[in-house]
Write a protein that binds this ligand. Structure first.
Ligand code: PAF
Length: 289
């Protein structure tokens, strides 16, 4: 695997490649990231992963400073997973000047995490655009765990006419169901044991819908309540149309239940989807309130 810090060297290395599959990350890698690399391996002749902790997407007072930097370990994991090129720019390489040009985030960002993390999605679209400009991949792979981010990136590519196919990969989970995340490392042993409650709360909403319940929003409120009673600070538990995160309506075929909540000083997110077509089979029309 080649490790490259500078954009001109990266362009030179990738110049002759016919198909580049790209996995952008902030490092501190886990099995979820490796699943993205494996998918990239299937889709591109050349697999590029980036490791860059993007200050611009951390809100003031966020965890930018304490975000784990584990580049050596990340590089070993990427090489073993079949990555061809690791792009790990310094901050001054990717942001050579004060960043005055910041992309605005699309409408899909103005809800859910966007309501609680001011400036976050603007920072994400700006850095992802910079990374796309540097790597010029044919395909880019993102995790569905950051479901709203995936929708934001799809809008970015569409609205800025990037000729890049965006692929979303299912969340990889620990044995008890906790979604893998770089932030799980912040949890104390007691918090780690408690953390799975978020997934269970979302699952209770989805199971209810699968069993025929049509009151998704009140079930989300119950799930949020259960988390609060267990000591979590809930940002949201919400049901949306999986296609674009609009409100659930008569044309919704797949619904996604998303949650974000704080366990102590750690903010965790997760989501689960449910097909309403499958949920409705044999039971007539679906109407979700
Ligand atoms: O999902 C992430 O790790 C980051 O938001 C991304 C896409 C690498 C941009 O910094």
């Amino acid at each position: 695997m080649d490790t490259i810090e500078q954009i001109p060297a990266l362009r030179q290395r990738l110049g002759g490649e016919k198909s580049v599959a790209f996995v952008p990350t902030m490092g501190n890698l886990h099995a979820g990231h490796l699943a993205l690399v494996h998918e990239a391996r299937r889709r591109g002749q050349c697999v590029v992963a980036s490791v860059f902790v993007n200050r611009l997407q951390f809100e003031p007072g966020g965890d930018f400073d304490r975000y784990p930097r584990t580049l050596e370990r990340d590089a070993t994991m990427l090489a073993e997973a079949g990555c061809d090129v690791l792009f790990c720019p310094t901050e001054s390489e990717l942001y050579p000047q004060k960043q005055e040009i910041v992309l605005s985030a699309p409408a899909v960002a103005r809800q859910l995490c966007g309501d609680f993390r001011p400036g976050h999605f603007e920072g994400v679209v700006t850095v992802v655009a910079k990374l796309f400009n540097a790597v010029t991949p044919q395909v880019a792979i993102f995790g569905r765990k950051d479901y709203q981010q995936l929708q934001v990136i799809r809008a970015l590519v569409k609205q800025l006419n990037y000729p890049i196919e965006i692929v979303g990969i299912d969340t990889v989970r620990e044995a008890d169901g906790l979604a893998m995340s770089s932030r799980n490392g912040y949890l104390s042993p007691a918090e780690r044991a408690e953390a799975v409650r978020l997934n269970r709360a979302l699952r209770s909403v989805v199971d209810g819908i699968r069993a025929g319940a049509r009151d998704a929003h009140s079930r989300c409120a119950l799930a949020a309540d259960e988390l609060s009673r267990a000591g979590w600070k809930v940002d949201y538990v919400a049901a949306r149309d999986a296609d674009g995160l609009g409100p659930v309506g008569a044309t919704t075929r797949e619904l996604v239940v998303l949650g974000a909540a704080w366990l102590g000083k750690t903010r965790l997110i997760d989501n689960l989807s449910v097909s309403l077509v499958a949920a409705a089979s044999g039971s007539g029309a679906v109407a979700i309130a």
